[in-house]
Design a protein. Structure first.
Ligand SMILES: Nc1ncnc2c1ncn2[C@@H]1O[C@H](COP(=O)(O)OP(=O)(O)O)[C@@H](O)[C@H]1O
Length: 194
């Protein structure tokens, strides 16, 4: 399966993006091991998270519509955000992935989802902190947190993304805020049960 996905990626995303994807795959493996998440599933979701990253906007929109993906005004105006949802469609159609946890982790890798599974949390955080994302102090903080408290790392990843979007004066899809609020509650509960 892995070789087949890599061959497909070579034809559909840039060489640079493949390096990022391999970094996410490896980081998923490490985080899964630390947090008792299925390592094979995490690695496969990491490998597949950006399958639709280079699909043009009209293709993202038509595939989303064809497969009944729920859209809204922000998603139709920024079709690139649909690459996560469409990536899951490609994983299912092209590679026969039926595991709902893996498909959800691909779907939720950009905006997260309140109540998402630990596997989805692993992929969401790994996408942000894989080694090629750089070594800014903010990322180093999330990398350390991700070893201790996965939910806190999800919340910090949302905050990091929000700060970036605000600083660039970008439209913000509100789902990341719902994800952040959910993760904030989880991170506190996790600390209380320790
Ligand atoms: N909540 C959001 N609202 C609007 N745009 C967002 C939001 N979160 C991420 N984005 C933008 O969507 C694009 C893809 O994000 P992401 O999937 O995290 O990156 P990548 O595909 O490189 O792993 C980026 O340009 C990012 O700025």
């Amino acid at each position: 399966m892995r070789e087949r996905v890599l061959a497909w990626l070579a034809d559909h995303v840039s060489a640079e993006r493949i390096e990022h994807i391999l970094g996410v795959e490896q980081t998923c493996l490490e985080l899964a091991r630390l947090h008792q998440v299925n390592e094979q599933e995490a690695a496969l979701a990491g490998l597949m998270h950006d399958l639709a990253k280079f699909f043009p906007p009209d293709k993202l929109l038509s595939l989303a519509q064809q497969h009944g993906v729920e859209t809204d005004e922000i998603l139709t105006n920024s079709p690139h955000l649909l690459h996560a949802e469409v990536g899951a469609i490609v994983a299912q159609r092209e590679f026969g992935i039926e595991n709902p946890e893996i498909l959800a982790a691909i779907r939720h890798h950009t905006l997260g989802f309140p109540g998402m599974s630990p596997l989805s949390c692993v992929v969401f955080v790994a996408d942000a902190i894989e080694p090629l994302r750089g070594n800014t102090p903010e990322l180093e903080v999330i990398r350390l947190t991700a070893r201790e408290n996965l939910y806190k790392a999800v919340r910090q990843t949302c905050d990091y993304s929000l700060r970036y979007l605000v600083s660039r004066i970008k439209i913000i899809h509100p789902r990341v805020i719902l994800t952040r609020n959910w993760a904030l509650i989880q991170e506190k509960q996790f600390l209380e049960t320790k």
